[in-house]
Ligand binder design. Structure first.
Ligand code: ADP
Ligand code: MG
Length: 638
């Protein structure tokens, strides 16, 4: 039988683990038991709709058999089992959950030395090699007549051969390492140590974990025993269930420790970091259910891809009925992980009936409320934590606010954060409004690629001069958010660079028009020089110290144009904003332009082009012809 090699990453990971990057070797048991429990869940779930499953619900179990003589520890389950292919795929390959990120994290883990890499990438099984120098897995899959034996010493590859096994399920046999001075592997063959580990890590596994325990017991006192009778002891062996099987979510909140929530989350959802927060719900009234919701502390690597599937695990009185039920999770909170358990959910389900179960909508509504409340609380009480959340999920919340024409405005608007002219910190809309000055009626914003670029935009100067705060929209979607929300409370959003951003008196307006008329020849000259490049050339009403800027007429802004340009190849790719070149009549540069128009039109044309290019640069748009631009600048210098 030829040995097959582990994948490259697997090999490195094995090395890492065997060289004990992970200090708690004892967790190997938790990992194997959780795999066994998953396997049992899968088969009992199948049993709901599949008559060929022979095991009765009450007969599902996991057993542990330590054998000191042969130094083996055997963990057996009567779950779904694995086919030959599954054995090879599941146990011969790790990092199924994204090998790229896996490698990155592994490098980090190597540095950090004590990071929990187990459970992070579906590598739990490999923890067996921390305590065993050989592992044998014998398995027969449900629905299959064959059984297969997988064997590996963990260092270089594995073999798979046919074997005899009567029952469906899996048997994992660990051949424990020899004791060393530092590490006593024998302890994992000790019944009390095993019992302790099961209690510690796997108490809520909801299939019974059973082990034959050996106890010494006093024999019954014979009837004719005299005064000086000394009790005799005998050794009895009895199968005992080691775990209490009460799922974590069924326990009262006050009885669950944070570590237990964290551990549950990590194991169940394969995250290596603890969740940012945990929401434990015990709902009564309209509908009875228990739920545990977790907000992850970072976005999963595939979160913003189409591969990501939202959904909670659904239980009906402790029995898993669906692994990922999307209906109970609102789209905009699709990052939330969780389990829901309700006696009101039907055990015998099909997707179609579930979709129409009113219960699910009730749960969805309450999940939305709870998550929002929790996030708001975090935002107020622990801003640092909230910023971490925001880092991972800002985009999701913003898209959520834009989706469905802003139907979720009320739910999401208070969760949003933006950079602002007020300081380094991100601000909520409410905080912005609370800081608004007397007479300020609008929420000002400026779009730019970065905060630095926004700060440098000359067209916002006059708004800042008034002491008004400006939100900086640096994310493509921000402007759409503002448009969709329209307003926050009774305060409308207002582009700070727009001509009408600040109220103008009739007199000011008339004056501006008069000034524009007087400058008509110069403006027309520039427009003619630039041709199609610009829609219009105007005297700016927004500039203070700056000489030029670019703005847009009509509903499409320059930032939106950039956004659409990025969507290359798509239908929107060609959409352009109506560009308006704004000139500051009070600037010295404008004086120079006027003079050139009057005296040297060739030079004036160069000025016009130069000013346009500068406006592009300020707006963060590409200069159309960089070679020509440098030529132009040089020709003006000599
Ligand atoms: P994870 O449990 O996170 O997926 P593991 O390394 O613990 O990662 O296990 C890898 C895979 O091997 C599991 O996803 C499962 O498909 C399979 N597996 C492991 N143990 C068993 C078992 N006892 N019965 C059936 N399948 C198992
Ligand atoms: Mg596992």
């Amino acid at each position: 039988m030829a040995k097959k090699q582990f994948r490259a990453e697997s090999k490195r990971l094995l090395d890492l683990m065997i060289n004990s990057i992970y200090t708690h070797k004892e967790i190997f048991l938790r990992e194997l038991l959780s795999n066994a429990s998953d396997a049992v869940d899968k088969l009992s779930y199948k049993a709901l709709t599949d008559d060929t499953v022979k095991v009765k619900r009450k007969d599902f179990q996991i057993t542990i058999v330590p054998d000191k003589e042969s130094r083996t520890l055997t963990i057996t389950d009567n779950g779904v089992g694995m086919t030959k292919e599954e054995l090879e795929q599941n146990l011969g390959t790790i990092a199924r959950s994204g090998s790229f990120q896996f490698k990155q994290e592994m490098d980090k883990a190597e540095k950090a030395k004590n990071v929990d890499i187990i459970g992070q990438f579906g590598v739990g099984f490999y923890s067996a090699f921390m305590v065993a120098d050989r592992v044998t897995v014998r398995s027969r899959a449900h629905g299959s007549e064959e059984a297969w034996e997988w064997k590996s010493d963990g260092t270089d590859g594995y073999t798979v051969e046919p074997c005899d096994k009567d029952d469906v399920g899996t048997e994992v046999i660990l051949h424990m390492k020899e004791d060393t001075d530092e590490e006593k592997y024998s302890e994992y063959l000790d019944q009390y140590r095993i019992q302790e580990l099961v209690k510690k890590y796997s108490d809520y596994v909801h299939s019974p974990i059973r082990m034959e325990m050996e106890h010494s017991r006093a024999k019954e006192r014979p009837a004719d025993a005299g005064e000086d009778y000394k009790p005799e002891y005998e050794t009895v062996r009895e199968w005992e269930t080691l775990n209490s099987m009460v799922p974590l979510w069924q326990r009262p909140k006050s009885k669950v420790k944070k570590e237990e929530y964290d551990q549950f989350y990590r194991e169940k959802f394969g995250d290596w970091e603890e969740p940012l927060c945990t929401i434990h719900v015990a709902a009564e009234g309209q509908m009875e259910y228990k739920a545990m919701l977790f907000i992850p502390s970072h976005a999963p690597y595939d979160y913003y891809s189409k591969d990501y599937e939202k959904g909670f695990q659904l239980y009906s009185s402790g029995v898993l009925i669906m692994d990922k039920c999307p209906e109970v999770v609102p789209d905009h909170f699709s990052f939330v992980k969780g389990v829901v358990d309700s006696p009101d959910l039907p055990l015998n389900i099909s997707r179609e009936t579930l979709q129409h179960t009113r219960a699910l909508h009730i749960i969805e509504g309450s999940v939305e409320k709870k998550v929002k409340a929790e996030l708001l609380k975090m935002q107020k009480e622990d801003r640092e934590k909230y910023l971490k959340f925001w880092k991972g999920f800002a985009r999701q919340l913003k898209y959520g606010a834009v989706n469905q024409y802003g139907a979720k405005k009320e739910v999401l608007q208070d969760l949003l954060l933006f950079p602002s002219s007020q300081g380094e910190e991100l601000t909520t809309l409410q905080e912005y409004v609370e800081r608004m000055k007397e007479g300020q009626e609008k929420i000002f914003y400026l779009c730019a690629e970065t905060v630095e670029m926004a700060k440098a935009l000359p067209q916002a100067e006059r708004v800042l001069e008034k002491g008004y705060e400006i939100l900086y929209f640096t994310d493509e979607v921000d402007e759409f958010v503002a448009q969709t929300l329209g307003s926050y409370g009774d305060k409308p959003f207002q582009d700070a660079s727009a001509a009408d951003a600040l109220p103008e008196s009739e007199e000011e307006k008339a004056q501006a028009e008069k000034k524009a008329e007087a400058n008509r020849p110069v403006l027309d000259f520039v427009k003619e020089t630039l041709g199609d490049k610009v829609f219009d050339v105007r005297l700016s009403r927004v500039l203070r110290s700056g000489a030029v800027c670019l703005s847009a007429d009509g509903p499409m802004s320059l930032e939106m144009e950039k956004y659409f340009q990025k969507m290359e190849g798509e239908a929107m790719g060609g959409m352009k904003a109506l560009r308006v070149l704004e000139l500051n009549a009070d600037s010295q540069v404008y004086g120079a332009l006027c003079q050139a128009v009057a005296q040297d039109q060739e030079k004036a044309k160069k000025y016009a082009r130069l000013l346009y290019d500068q406006a592009l640069i300020i707006a963060g748009l590409p200069v159309e012809d960089t070679a020509k631009y440098t030529e132009l600048v040089c020709s003006l210098m000599v």
